[in-house]
Write a new protein. Sequence first.
Lengths: 417, 282, 302
Amino acid sequence: MKKIMKAASLGLAGVMAMGTAITGTTQEAYADKVELTLMIQSPVDPWQEELGNMVKEKFPEYDLTLKTWDEGTAEQTIKTAYAADQAIDVVGYWPTYMKKFEGTGIPMDLTKYLEEDEAWKASFGESALEVGTTDEGILAVPVNTSYPLFQINKSIFEEAGIEIPDEMSWDEFTEICAKIKESGKTPLSVQSDWAAWFVRNGLMQCWKDDAELDSFIAGEISFKDERVVKAIENVADLYNNDYVYPGGKEAVTTSADDALSAFVNGDVAIYCNVNGNSANAADKVGDKFEIGVVSWPGMAENDEMNHLLGSAFGYMVMSNTKYPEEAVEVLKYITGDEVQQMVADKGGIVVNQNVTSDDVNYQLYSKDADKIYPDEIINLSSEIFDNIVYNQPSNYLYNGEAAIDELETLREAAIAK
Amino acid sequence: MNTKTKTRLKMPYIILCIIIIACLAVYIFPLIFSVVTSLKSSEEFYESIWALPKEFLYSNYIEAFQIGKIGAYMINSIIISAVSLVSIQVFALLAAYALSRLKIPHVEAFLLVLLLLQVLPTESVIIPLYIIVSKLHLLSVPYLATILGYVGWSLPGTIIILKNYFDTVPIDLLEAARIDGSSEFQTMTKIILPLMKAPMVTCLIMNFTYVWGELMWAQVTTLLTDKGVTITVGLLNFQGQYGTNWPLLTAAIVTVIVPLLIIFVALQKYFVAGLTAGGVKG
Amino acid sequence: MDRKVKKKGVNRKIVLAGFLFMLPAFLIILVTIIIPLLWNIYLSFCEWKGGGTPSFVGLANYIQSFTTKGTRDAIAHSLFIGIISTLVSVFLGVGFALALYRIKGKLSGAARVIFYSPSMIPMTVLGLLFTFIFAASDKGLLNAVLAAMGLESLKHAWLSDRNTVLWVIAFIQGWRSSGTIMMLSYTAMLNIPSSLFESAELEGCGFIKKSRYIILPLIKQTVRLALSMTLVWAFKTYDLVWTMTQGGPANLSMTAPIMMIKTGFSYNQYGYAAAIGIICTVLIGLCIIFGRSVLKGENYEY
């Protein structure tokens, strides 16, 4: 009996408390303060705390709620919020992946704000804004560019007697892999979700000029074209020749920590990494060996076609925001010179043209930025995106030609729309 | 009883103990792994996943406490758990008793439906429920929407389990009470509950584990606010775009699990055999 | 035995009390589960992109589910994981419960806590741990142990091999929920009055005989219940699979919940995702009905 009484009184107290809370908050709603929710801080980034502080200082008149941005749940939370007509006013997302919101109407078109503020628009440089542009407008703006590169263990190269190149063609690359393998070490390690970079880059580099590439990206060239198949096969060969840690086609499932750990321990010669994460990996290696940075190998015969896939992280505004003007103001501030200089000083690689940095690493990790090509075949449809970004080269390694057929079906479905 | 003390030393008993201890080693491994990792530095961790830490970096715990905002969030988690658990227990008890002994028609079909209601993955239920709570303006009240979800999703399971245990109480007992003029409520509290300590504690532990560790709903309901954020959401602060800070994350996790373990250990006294036996005699 | 006193008034009072007792629970379940379920059923016949209004498409989503190999495979994988892991966790859970019932004392208490602990540890850490245990390289703990024991030939790429990946996932899920089954079974055993053991002890029965003839039959009801509930939970396995393999490689370990999230959130096809969810619900329902009729037994009161 006592237990029930306790439970009942707790319940009653709870209901009473909530009653007071409800009446309390409805009164609050009559205040005029601009309330903004910002999900712009990504954990582990060295500048994220300062970013929050700067925004709060700059806009004391706004009622700001700062939420942590999480990669794993970002898409779900944005779409769930929109479904219930709630808005995260400024939220981080990759401008290059705006395709994922196609047809949903979720990101707000920023074109008119950019046209109005020439200085702001110019700070992004000539082509950076293209990445966030779709048929529906400029849906997001970039703040940093990421692209893939190789971090190499110089000692292994030296011991195997290999000259460290600045750039490599695909053939040079496979030769180097063979030599490293002979010397007893594993040539390269790449984590499962980054293996697709090989395929994505290959699919841009196998054409004779940009016109053909653009045609492919528009879905006009079949996946069964021998150039496409050759590119994919080249990647598959890396696995079939046991060049990828820990060997065999099973290497497609290597976890991020496993891949990094192999590099840190000196078991592999080349570690595939994002430029933005290179400083972090170098940290983990510490003094164990010297690290070099080499550009991604190019499959193209014509060096101009050695494009690079690039992603950019950036911010968007949700279209159902109650305060569009204020949200854009905050957006302008966090992409503006003051904040972006702070980011660069803390090691971030930024897009903003007005930011300078003397840091040696800064140069090193942004030198390939102009090789980035603004569009890829993966943007043709979300199914193709998913297939290539998450399931290649594993699909091809496990299912062979059936994987190519699958891509071809998806392409036909995409252009039929 | 003399026979019992003799059997304690027999071979089969000892072998059984050894087997159990071996199994325990397997089960406790994740906990040990978490603690060991939490005392390492990041570089050490990547050097060797399995090795023991060179120094015991207790500072990881302090750092984790700050980054994960564990202090503030812990209070939220405690409040949400406490209210949820009490509500679940009370509502489930009432419903389970009704299903077990109060002549509800078509009980079997009802139970099957309850069971099936749990099949839909949480992810597909979150959007509609979130739309409902936001339309009802419940989101502005801290904790309410979160608790509502947890109570609703735990009720079917708890009701089914409690009903199952209620069924084992002989109906004669209840009939006798009814004839004596006791109301249903009194019958439930005075006769059934004392016999149901262990099952109720089991449900309490199972629900506590669920509520304490749930992430998606907690994140969604606190999307636009700073209030009522739980520690599971705080754990996200250790996972960056390019990898997780494992030593700090495991330190935070150990901090988060410890209350669970303490409560579980404290509740073990309800699991001694013989406490509930003998309720039938006489 | 005296039959119940048949007073119509008393019976009606009892039934009324029954409905009143169920009311609060029913109301909350209505809002949090039933309405979302109805919403999903409605949505499964529509196309919806997450914004705007859904448009009715009839059975198109269902037809697509049955004709798409990927979806069929995902549902089959979930069924496999559900059934295997349920068997594993019931086997382990009941086994441990029996052992702990026998052992009693402090060891038993400590063991209960430790056996239950896997379900308390967040999946992120378990995922990290198991990825390294089952890693294909020689650094993987399992492979290293096998090599040390001289069983080199048994080394596998556990998480990438078509033949092993689903089994590994099912075993881990079973391991993880065995603690819950153990607690449920153990609690049921506690409810067995010691009087029932008196005659067995007078005859000098050992624990094994006691288990077979007294304990197991009496907890059969609870075990049956645990089986059904575990099947439902195991079928829903999402976080485990996502953390370890993300449904890969090449969709070898794709499960229904992951597929639902992908089609919903990544492809913006919420109607199709809802249809998959409804199909799964119906399938599990059939499994449970089938299972219960197979395991029919008497309900015991004591």
